[in-house]
Design a protein around this ligand. Structure first.
Ligand code: UD1
Ligand code: CA
Length: 456
């Protein structure tokens, strides 16, 4: 279809009480406007035009990676005025769909329906609300045909009782916009050019304006303040959780799961409460994520377990690994199959070989660890000399005793053994034992302080 989409996003959003333009406020890790752009993309339009005004540069910068025709509306003179700014860029044979940048939960199927109805005349998305206050009301004639929209502020008391409202989302042939929009005036309570006024003009010119109603109010729910932003966030999260559960994911509590990006899951994945996923996260089959974990830009292969209270960032977890509880895996961490990272362990730019273990209280940074290595409790890689970062290389089958400090650059060749409590500053050869600590002395006949005779 020759569809073009216009997204209105010039408003300031005063009630957000924020320096950030309203449409850049985030839901599910993504600006409101980005949600709308993505939904629009789902319709595969020829072009997407976004009308910006307040903070227009900031908005354009934030979404520069999308293929958008940006239209700047210098002063916000109303929704009709906003659409008028975009018309010159739209091809004459198009169907034009108007969306709002602050209404992010509209379903694709709803918009597809609306566009279908707008091939030859305008079509309007409507809703029946218990409390229609603030919305434009739908005016119909005796036989129920739509004849126009009256804004709340311009409505008579009788019109205010109408519960069928204008959602603001509408579609029409570009030719109708070209014909009627320039005729819209601003002689109303708000002194604005109202977009819905084209409907009355179309009807006056013998056109039949159709309407379709949304199934759920949430689809047309707009964000004006932070309470509404939160409402949208929770609804968005709930939708995602529900979708995952339908796809076979076991979620302990959909109300205590936050996905701020994309999460894709294999079969029989379990997610406990209070888990946050950010960026792009992939979980393989039979993965389980314990309570209170944060995973951002992470992939976890089949059968691995992330125990509670763990924080993983830009990490790649192989098959059948065990992480946490209380693990911190920072960027560049790669765990091979069967690796184990235990409690209070921090890793950064570290690759841990198959079956290797770092089970307690360690820092492993800028480090390559081979297969079947055991790193004892409290081992620290001293990777930073205050200026540069240095690498530690640990070969296959190495054993590092507890409380060792490994001063990089350093290599411990395969089967090397570091005695507990050592400070290792030089490389350790294959199969060698490195001991670097004060030798134990036992002093016979030693007398404890306080038990000596102090009379003279
Ligand atoms: C509008 C409709 C109203 C409908 C309601 C649904 C008009 C005149 N009224 O009212 O019938 O019930 O939406 O929420 O259309 N915008 C611009 N430039 C402008 C003015 C607005 O880009 O000059 C953008 C805003 O940023 C916002 C959208 O258009 O995204 C709607 O504007 P808003 O002021 O919220 O419209 P309402 O008064 O709520
Ligand atoms: Ca609004």
């Amino acid at each position: 279809m020759k569809l073009e989409v216009v997204i209105l996003a010039a408003g300031q959003g005063k009630r957000m009480k924020s320096r950030l333009p309203k449409v850049l406020h985030v839901v599910g890790g993504m600006p409101l406007l980005e949600h709308v752009i993505r939904t629009a993309q789902g319709l595969e339009p020829r072009a997407i035009h976004v009308v910006v005004g307040h903070g227009s540069e900031q908005v354009q910068d934030a979404l520069a990676h999308y293929d958008i025709n940006w239209v700047v509306q210098e002063r916000q003179a109303g929704t009709g005025h906003a659409v008028l700014q975009a018309l010159p860029a739209i091809a004459d044979d198009s169907i034009v769909l108007v969306l709002y940048g602050d209404v992010p939960l509209t379903r694709l199927s709803t918009l597809q329906n609306l566009v279908q109805q707008a091939r030859t005349a305008p079509a309007l998305l409507t809703a029946e609300l218990q409390n229609p206050q603030g919305y434009g009301r739908i005016l119909r004639d005796k036989i129920g045909a739509l004849v126009g929209v009256v804004e709340d502020k311009d409505a008579t008391p009788i019109q205010r009782d109408i519960r069928e409202i204008n959602t603001g989302l509408l579609a029409a042939p570009q030719r109708d916009f070209l014909a009627y929009l320039p005729q819209v005036g601003n002689d109303n309570q708000q002194g604005e050019y109202y977009l819905p006024d084209i409907l009355g003009l179309a009807v006056a010119n013998g056109k039949t304006v159709s309407s379709c109603a949304v199934e759920s109010e949430l689809e047309i729910f707009g964000v004006n303040d932070r309470v509404q932003l939160n409402h949208v966030e929770r609804e968005y999260q709930h939708r995602q959780a529900e979708q995952l559960m339908r796809e076979g994911v076991n979620i302990a509590d959909p109300a205590r799961l936050d996905i701020r990006g994309s999460l894709s899951c294999g079969e029989d994945v379990s997610i406990d409460i209070n888990v946050v996923f950010e960026g792009k996260v992939t979980l393989g089959n039979d993965v389980s994520v314990g309570a209170n974990c944060v995973l951002s830009d992470v992939s976890v292969a089949d059968g691995s377990v992330i125990h509670p209270m763990s924080h993983l960032q830009q990490a790649v977890i192989g098959k059948d690994c065990s992480v946490g509880p209380y693990a911190r895996l920072r960027s560049g961490t790669v765990l091979s199959e069967g690796a184990r990272i235990g409690n209070f362990v921090e890793t950064k730019k570290a690759s841990i070989g198959p079956g290797s273990k770092v089970n307690h209280l360690s820092y492993i940074g800028d480090c390559d660890v081979g297969a079947e290595v055991n790193i004892g409790a409290g081992t620290i890689t001293c990777n930073y000399d205050g200026v540069n970062k240095h690498k530690t290389d640990i070969g296959k089958g190495v054993f590092v005793g507890s409380n060792s400090t490994l001063v990089a650059p350093l290599q411990i060749e395969e089967q090397g053994f570091v005695a507990a409590g050592s400070t290792i500053t030089g490389s350790v050869g294959k199969g060698e034992l490195a001991v670097s600590r004060a030798r134990q002395r036992n002093i016979e006949g030693w007398v404890r302080p306080g038990t000596r005779d102090t009379k003279d």
